[in-house]
Design a protein around this ligand. Structure first.
Ligand SMILES: [Zn+2]
Length: 199
């Protein structure tokens, strides 16, 4: 910061120079390198002129809210015969710090006819779905497109991870086989490191 820019409320990003240790002490959100104080975070400067301390107040990233057309990932929590409640924890490739509650209705599960939700999605499944409506802040989902659907599922008898096999999804532990509306991404590592929400 130049002399005339030393004030509170300036927007800074990590690495920005905030001053030198001869004038200020280094407060929270800052670090010292070669006698110069830098910002460690994205945020706003806070200058405490009385104590000659500079700190940076981190700005909380703007929350990502699912939009119509977004592909979201979530866990099916409450599956009933005609619909399922989905806890959305990821929008696109951005993991959310919180979650949104989505609703998957049986008419949006598949292009084909589905008579009962239990045949295509079960509680505890992780699904990839498209947001088709956000009316009244409710997130209505569809898994009808070919690349969407269940990406991870557990055996409803023993809880073991299900793997694709000759009889649909099979449990190697108890021999159970189950059906799902499966995404081609089924079985891929969903726990891999994802980009954090920072938009
Ligand atoms: Zn099993």
């Amino acid at each position: 910061m130049k002399e005339n820019e030393r004030k509170s409320g300036l927007f800074v990003v990590p690495g920005d120079q905030l001053g030198v240790i001869e004038e200020f002490t280094s407060g929270s959100g800052t670090y010292v390198e070669d006698g110069t104080i830098h910002s460690q975070v994205t945020g706003c400067t806070l200058l405490d002129m009385l104590n000659r301390q500079v700190s940076v107040y981190p700005i909380v990233p703007k929350a990502t809210v699912p939009q119509v057309g977004n592909i979201v990932t979530g866990i099916a929590l409450d599956v009933r015969s005609k619909n399922a409640v989905v806890r959305i924890f990821q929008v696109g490739d951005k993991k959310l710090s919180g979650f949104f509650t989505g609703m998957l209705h049986i008419s949006g599960v598949s292009h084909g006819f589905v008579d009962n939700m239990y045949n295509v999605v079960k509680t505890g499944d992780i699904i990839k779905a498209k947001v088709i409506s956000t009316k009244n802040r409710s997130f209505f989902l569809s898994t009808a497109e070919n690349d969407l659907g269940v990406v991870h599922a557990l055996c409803s008898i023993c809880g073991n991870e299900l793997k694709p096999g000759n009889r649909g999804l099979e449990c190697s532990n108890c021999g159970n086989s189950e059906r799902r509306k499966r995404s081609p991404d089924f079985g891929k590592d969903i726990t891999r490191e994802e980009k954090q929400d920072e938009s």
